[in-house]
Design a protein around this ligand. Structure first.
Ligand code: ADP
Ligand code: ASP
Ligand code: MG
Length: 612
C-alpha cells in the first residue's frame, strides 16, 4: 500500500515538530510505502515574501519563485535527516528532481505532468521519499523553477497521489480536519467526518485555507481518496469524498478539460420583485413565504441596488409559478414606497414564457477566467441572448429563452468538447445526488473578505455583451468569482439595458475598473461602480436541494442582526450573500448559529510562531 502524507507549515514549524513528524512517518513506513510532501517551516514563506517586498514593491516573478522555493527545500532536508536519525532510510527531492513539470507561469503555475520512475525506484529500495511541496519545474529547455501559488503544497500532494496511484493522500494540519467554519472566527465550529468534493470546492473561497481548491479539483477528477487530519493526534479527521471519476489521462494533469458536463432545465419560470426598498429583512420575508408554501426555489439573484431600491429574482418549477407570484404579491403592501420619488412603487413581474437554464459544470473553473467568458462567447456566437447569469465555484448558469435551449446545449457541448459519452443532463434525468438524510442541509459556512464588487450599469441588452466584458477581464488574467445578471431591464434612451455585477480579488479591482472604463464607449454602458469593502458569506451543503427554506433561514439570520444584503447568488448546493465588510464576521457567526452548526467543543488554534 502506498500512502502520500502532506505536512503543512505549522506541522513542521520547529525542530521538535519535524522530529515528531518523523516519528509519525516512521510508524507508517513500517507497513507501507510512504511519500511525504512538506511545506516550508512555520511562517517562512511569509517572511520570504516580506524580504522581497523590502527590496521591491513589484518583485520579478521568476526571482520570487527562486526565493520562495527555498522554504520547502529547508524542510525536506531536515525531515530526511530526522528520519535517517531514527534509522529510517529517506531521501529528499525538490520538485525539479522528482519531475513535477508545470507551465512556465511563475508564482501560479499549474502542474502538467509528474514523472514517477525516480520516486518508484527509491520506494522500491525501502526509502521514504520526501518531496518539496508548492514547487515544480517548467517543461521548457531552461528548466525554470516555478511555484504553484500560495497554499500550493496540498495541490502537490494530491497530484503526486494521482500520478503514483496512491491508496490514500493524507493532509496533516493544525486543525482536527474540516470544520463547519474557520475555528479562528467561530471557536465552537464542529468537525465533519465527511464532505463531498463538490461541497469542499464550493467552500473553497475560505476552505482554500484548510485545503487548496486545486487539490480538491485533482482529487475529484482522478478519484484520489483524500483525508484531512490533525498532526498532533491520531483522530481520523475528515474524509473528502470524490465521485467515481471519468477516465482521464495524467498528461496535462491540471490543464485537462475544465468543464466536464453541460446541464439544462427547461421547466423553470422566473419571478422578480423590482424596486423593493433596500433594507434588511425583505429577502427573509419573501423566501420565508415561499418556504411556508414549500416551493422549491432554484436560482436566487439579487443584484446591485439603484439609489435605495433593490431587485430580487428567483426561479421556480413552472408548476409553482402562480403560487410564487401570489407569495410575492402578498408582500407588496408591507413594503411601502421607497423614499426616493422617481423610483416609483415596488412591483412584482413574472411571465411564464418558458425559460431555460443552461449550465456548464466542472471543477476546473476556479482561477480560470477564460471558462466563463468562453460560455458567454459561445452563446453570443449562436445569437442567443442571456437573460440572467449566476455563478458558483463549480458552475456557471445562464437563463435564456426556452426555444434557444437545444441550440445552446449543442453549441456548448461543441465548444467545451463534451462528447455524448460525457455528461449532458436535462432536468428530466438530472440525478439528484444521494444525500445522507441524517446530515443537515447546510454543512459548512464560509467568509471571504478579500473580494471587491464591481457593478456595470446599463449594458445594452443584446447577445454578446457578457461575452465581451468577461473576455476583456480574462485577457488580463483577472479571475471573476461571483457573477450576477438579473432580470430587470431599463429603458435608456430608447434602448433596453441591464446591469451586471461581479466580484474579483481586491487586488484586481483597480485594474478591472480601468480596463472596463476604457471599453465603456465601445460597449455602450454608462457607469462602473466599485465597492471594496464587502464580505461574502456562503452556506454550502448537498442536502439543500431537498430542503426548501434554507435560503429563507439564512436571510432571516442576517435580518435578525439587522445586516443588509447587498447581493445574492445561488447554485444548487450553495447560497452566497454579499454584506458590508464590517459585518462579515457577525454575519458568519449568525448564519453558523441559525443552522445549529456549533458543537460543544471549542477549538483554539495556536498562532503560528515565526521561525527563529
Ligand atoms: P497548513 O499550513 O497545514 O497548510 P493552513 O493554515 O494552510 O495549514 O490551513 C489550516 C487553517 O485553515 C486552520 O488553522 C484554520 O484557521 C483555517 N480554516 C479555514 N476554514 C476552515 C475550516 N472550514 N475548517 C478547518 N480549518 C479552516
Ligand atoms: N509554503 C507555501 C505557502 O506558504 C505553500 C504551502 O504552505 O502550502 O504558501
Ligand atoms: Mg495550507
Amino acid at each position: 500500500m502506498l500512502i502520500v502524507q502532506k505536512y503543512g507549515g505549522s506541522s513542521v514549524g520547529s525542530v521538535e515538530r519535524i522530529q515528531s513528524v518523523a516519528q509519525r512517518v516512521l510508524k507508517t513506513a513500517q507497513d507501507h510505502q510512504v511519500v511525504v510532501v512538506v511545506s516550508a517551516m512555520g511562517k517562512t514563506t511569509d517572511q520570504l515574501v516580506s524580504l522581497a517586498q523590502q527590496i521591491s514593491a513589484t518583485p520579478n516573478r521568476r526571482e520570487m519563485d527562486m526565493l520562495l522555493s527555498t522554504g520547502e527545500q529547508v524542510s525536506i532536508a531536515l525531515l530526511s535527516m530526522a528520519l535517517q536519525e531514527l534509522g529510517q532510510p529517506a531521501i529528499s527531492l525538490t520538485g525539479a528532481q522528482v519531475g513535477i513539470v508545470t507551465e512556465a507561469e511563475h508564482t501560479r503555475a499549474r502542474i502538467l505532468s509528474i514523472e514517477t520512475q525516480r520516486m518508484e525506484r527509491h520506494l522500491n529500495q525501502g526509502q521514504v521519499v520526501v518531496v518539496a511541496g508548492f514547487q515544480g519545474v517548467s517543461s521548457q529547455d531552461d528548466l525554470e523553477i516555478t511555484t504553484l501559488g500560495r497554499g500550493g503544497s496540498d495541490t502537490s500532494a494530491v497530484a503526486l497521489a494521482a500520478a503514483l496511484k496512491a491508496d490514500v493522500c493524507e493532509i496533516y494540519t493544525d486543525v482536527p480536519g474540516i470544520l463547519t467554519t474557520d475555528p479562528r472566527l467561530v471557536p465552537n465550529a464542529q468537525l465533519m467526518a465527511e464532505i463531498t468534493c463538490d461541497e469542499m470546492l464550493e467552500l473553497a473561497s475560505l476552505g482554500a485555507k484548510v485545503l487548496h481548491p486545486r487539490a480538491v479539483e485533482i482529487a475529484r477528477n482522478y478519484g484520489v481518496s483524500l483525508v484531512v487530519r490533525s498532526s498532533w493526534t491520531d483522530d481520523p479527521g475528515t474524509k473528502v469524498i470524490a465521485p467515481k471519476p471519468q477516465p482521464r489521462p495524467l498528461e496535462g494533469l491540471e490543464l485537462a478539460r475544465p468543464v466536464d458536463g453541460v446541464e439544462f432545465d427547461t421547466n423553470q419560470a422566473a419571478v422578480s420583485l423590482l424596486r423593493i426598498p433596500d433594507r434588511p429583512g425583505i429577502a427573509a420575508k419573501l423566501f420565508g413565504g415561499i418556504a411556508v408554501q414549500n416551493l422549491d426555489v432554484d436560482l436566487i439573484i439579487q443584484s446591485i441596488h439603484e439609489g435605495n431600491s433593490n431587485d430580487i429574482t428567483f426561479t421556480v418549477e413552472r408548476d409553482y409559478f402562480t403560487k410564487a407570484i401570489a407569495v410575492a404579491d402578498a408582500l407588496l403592501p408591507a413594503l411601502g414606497k421607497p423614499n426616493h420619488s422617481d423610483l416609483g412603487n415596488a412591483e412584482v413581474t413574472g411571465d411564464d414564457t418558458p425559460i431555460a437554464k443552461v449550465s456548464i459544470v466542472g471543477a476546473g473553473m476556479i482561477g480560470r477566467p477564460k471558462v466563463a467568458s468562453q460560455m458567454f462567447n459561445t452563446l453570443a456566437e449562436a445569437g442567443i441572448n442571456i437573460q440572467m447569469i449566476s455563478t458558483s465555484e463549480v458552475k456557471v448558469s445562464c437563463v435564456i429563452a426556452a426555444e434557444d435551449c437545444q441550440q445552446a446545449v449543442t453549441a456548448l457541448c461543441q465548444s467545451f468538447e463534451i462528447s455524448s459519452d460525457c455528461k449532458i443532463t436535462s432536468n428530466f434525468e438530472l440525478e439528484k445526488p444521494p444525500v445522507d438524510p441524517s446530515l443537515p442541509p447546510v454543512r459548512g459556512v464560509a467568509l471571504d473578505i478579500k473580494q471587491a464588487r464591481l457593478a456595470i450599469r446599463h449594458i445594452p441588452d443584446r447577445p454578446g455583451m457578457a461575452a465581451k466584458i468577461f473576455s476583456i477581464l480574462a485577457d488580463h488574467n483577472i479571475s471573476v468569482d461571483m457573477i450576477i445578471q438579473s432580470q430587470r431591464c431599463h429603458q435608456i434612451n430608447g434602448i433596453l439595458a441591464r446591469d451586471i455585477a461581479f466580484t474579483v480579488a481586491q487586488g484586481d479591482a483597480d485594474e478591472a475598473e480601468k480596463i472596463l472604463t476604457q471599453a465603456s464607449s465601445e460597449l455602450g454602458y454608462s457607469e462602473i461602480i466599485v465597492n471594496k469593502s464587502i464580505a461574502k458569506v456562503s452556506v454550502v451543503g448537498s442536502g439543500m436541494i431537498h430542503h426548501p427554506g434554507v435560503a429563507a433561514k439564512m436571510f432571516e439570520a442576517l435580518a435578525n442582526r439587522n445586516i443588509n444584503i447587498l447581493m445574492i447568488a445561488t447554485s444548487e448546493i450553495k447560497i452566497s450573500c454579499l454584506v458590508d465588510e464590517d459585518q462579515g464576521v457577525e454575519a458568519l457567526k449568525a448564519v453558523h448559529e441559525i443552522f445549529e452548526l456549533s458543537g460543544d467543543k471549542t477549538f483554539i488554534v495556536p498562532e503560528r510562531a515565526p521561525v527563529a
